[in-house]
Write a protein that binds this ligand. Sequence first.
Ligand code: BGC
Length: 472
Amino acid sequence: MFNHQFLSKIIIVFSIFLVCWFSTVLYFVISYPNIEWNWDEIDVDDLEFPKSFIWGTATAAHQVEGNNTNNNWYEWELSYDENNVSRIYNGDRSGLASDHWNRYPEDIKLMKNLGVNHYRFSIEWSRIEPQKGIINQEAIHHYHELINALINSDITPVITLHHFTHPIWFEELGAFEKEDNIKYFVKFSEIVFSEFSSDVPIWCTINEPAVFVSEGYFNDIFPPGAKNPQLSSIVMKNLLNAHVEVYRHLKAMPNGELVKIGLVKSIFHFDPYRHWHVLDWFLSRVLDNVFTNEPLKFLKTGQSSFYMPGLVNDEISNKDAVGSLDFIGLNYYSRMHVQGQLNQHEPFIFKTRLRDIQTDMGYPMYAEGLHRALHTISELEVPIYITENGLADRSDEIRPLFIKRYLYAVSQALKDSLDIRGYFYWSLMDNFEWAKGYDMKFGLYEVDFKTQERKLRQGSKPFIDIISRFSE
Ligand code: BGC
């Protein structure tokens, strides 16, 4: 009798558990459908781009210029982790990088050969202001020369003010960990803007705040390697507020109303590895929220939160954020598949699916994701520039397919009437890929780092073909 009752209770509890489990999974599956296109049935040449569409390539100062020895990354490259292993793969250091500082005239010719009409690059703060309050006129002169050379070649310059690097003095003051330090970034931005705003029509304030925060303050992949969720949320808040401040200050300056100023947001999807597993779903949602949805909500409404269960629960609010974008820059690469695990120190891992085509960065080719991300970001209701998209592929075997599929996805989003103004390929040439050093080959042009010789990759040809099909 006792056994029978006990068994019935167990069956009831188990049934309730199963019903809850399956209804939760069903809710997620219906709310967040897994978007995968049947590429066998798609004609990737079926493209449409308006004549006014901007075609560009992108780089960042520290990754290409060479000899940047006065910023947070230079120090990081010289440091070792707790196991005495270099922070950078293979012990690489940025060093001379692609020597773009000296070879930019040649690199502009490379851009011309591609047929692009825009070039996105970043201004290295540690060169302009090597010490607090001291401005280096030679560095300013250099960027004037670069900008003039671009304009003389009919290539429109696009500036990024902060692309992961800043001067050592700023890092030593606590960088974006302190709200009070935002003023230094605003000052630097004003100096750069007063110099170049008559020649540069598009300005990106900060590149990928969420990547800067997750890699530098949550993981220890970027400097300062803090591994501190509380601090992550503070830095995120300060970066978003820094964008708003810079936007407001630059808009009030001469040329402010004539140029476009925006933020560059990376969208990297987090999807469940096991579609039947509640934990994978739950963690994917948390990551998507903290990385993408909440920062976008902040830009749209001035209010958002930074929530990671058991780790951090913070609010961000700034009414000036509303209307602080003339455009949004979207950097899109791929997605991650999340597998949850009952481990307090490592609650999830990223899994590779065998059926996906992998890039060398360890994440898959997922062009549908670019279409998805464009729809998500369009909720901001401002013009969109795809400020980065590309892949690491040292074999050069999947680059052609990547270019065709991702541009097909852009073309589809244009057909959906999204306001997409341009596409910048990452990257013009091989460069220093942060913690992965020189191992990753993102370039349309291959660089021989011994001789600095540049060579067009065969796999880059579809990009040139597509530009020529749709240019005037
Ligand atoms: C960054 C680039 C980087 C690229 C490829 C983006 O997150 O803005 O600096 O090289 O991804 O990993």
